[in-house]
Design a protein around this ligand. Structure first.
Ligand code: HEC
Length: 340
């Protein structure tokens, strides 16, 4: 049972500027659809479409083959919803009569966590290590390594500005078979910080370190393989979590009903209270968290309406536009334009 899928439903926000084509009518199953179908892309990929039941079945099966993690019963709920509210009986773009969208039931599309930026002395070397030792996949750009639904972007250390008040303690990658992964790490000379343990009620986990001193948690959580979570330390965890929820529309949830965090679509963000001051930079090399957006200008307009400020001007790196946000506790968070 995928516990967290059930808690993914977005909070309905009234009057937030989502275009009509990005909305889904209120109705039984909508929360399951939103939770399941916005993990990799937005509502706009399918909300404007109208299909027969058979076509929706085929599309949902296609999405499952691409990695949408749904149980049989969730698939049934999703197909029923799509047939009823996005069926051929409803004209494209028009809300289904009986379930006309009321302002109060509009779902604001949540932004999806996309990446962490890791500072290293040599980008090509780091990419090589994360691919050969950790099993990542080279991304479309030479400084990216993809793990499941999110990615790591490497930057040369010299460009790293310092953060204050918070820091990323570690990232976590989830493997289907952690014991096998650990054997491969040992064989490959990867530094192991803590061997495998399985705390009650949690999954198997261990800690390793990359050659440049970044701590990496490796876990076995079949419900989310690949990039699993970022673990942040902050003086005021509550403020950080609430800011992420408010800003990106992500959902507060408890990982395995134990760890307080935010499920940000592609990965979890967990925040733990930092003891004492968090020194700037604090020697950690994982520095920036990124959420993906479709179009940078409209995302900036959307975020501005919710009072989010920007730290500096939008900039373009490798043809991708991004901008840093003003965040609580000096966390470094950016939004990055996604090109498809
Ligand atoms: C694991 C990631 C993932 C999840 C979860 C996911 N999708 Fe997709 N979806 C994709 C990708 C990748 C594409 C782009 C496919 C392409 O361009 O060939 C896509 C494209 C689409 C398209 C356009 C292509 C088409 O076949 O018409 C629709 C519609 C769609 N998704 C619907 C859904 C629905 C409905 C859900 C929820 C059941 C869902 N998706 C969940 C990854 C996902």
């Amino acid at each position: 049972m995928r516990r967290w899928l059930m808690t993914l439903a977005l909070t309905a926000c009234s009057g937030i500027g989502a275009g009509a084509q990005q909305e889904l009518p209120a109705g039984e199953g909508r929360e399951v659809v939103v939770g399941l179908c916005t993990q990799c892309h937005g509502l706009r990929e399918f909300a404007p479409l109208r299909h027969s039941r058979e076509d929706w079945q085929r599309i949902v099966a296609d999405m499952v083959s691409r990695g949408a993690a749904a149980s049989e019963s969730e698939i049934g709920i999703v197909v029923d919803y799509l047939e009823k509210y996005l069926g051929t009986a409803t004209p494209a773009g028009a809300p289904a009569g009986e379930v006309a969208i009321r302002a109060t039931s509009v779902v604001r599309e949540a932004y999806t966590f996309d990446r962490v930026q890791v500072m290293v002395p040599d980008v090509a070397q780091a990419v090589e290590w994360y691919v050969t030792r950790l099993g990542g996949v080279r991304g479309t750009l030479p400084d990216q390594v993809v793990f499941g639904k999110a990615l790591i972007v490497f930057r040369a250390r010299t460009s790293a500005p310092g953060g204050t008040g918070s820091s990323v303690d570690h990232i976590a990658i989830s493997f289907a078979d952690l014991s096998a992964a650990m054997k491969a790490f040992e064989g490959g000379g990867v530094k192991i910080l803590e061997g495998v343990r399985e705390p009650p009620g949690l999954f198997k986990l261990a800690f390793i370190e990359d050659p440049w001193g970044a701590k990496i948690e490796v876990v076995q959580d079949p419900e989310l393989l690949g990039f699993h979570h970022v673990h942040v330390r902050a003086a005021d965890p509550e403020a950080v979590l609430e800011w992420i929820v408010e800003t990106f529309g992500n959902t507060r949830a408890r990982l395995m009903e134990r760890l307080d965090g935010v499920h940000a679509g592609a990965a979890w963000v967990l925040v733990q209270r930092a003891e004492g001051d968090v020194p700037p930079g604090s020697g950690h090399s994982i520095e920036v968290l990124g959420w993906r957006v479709g179009d940078l200008d409209s995302a900036m307009a959307d975020l501005s309406t919710r009072g989010v400020g920007f730290a500096g001007e939008p900039h373009t790196v490798d043809g991708r536009r991004s901008v840093y946000l003003q965040t609580p506790a000096g966390m470094r968070i950016e939004i990055v334009e996604q090109r498809r």
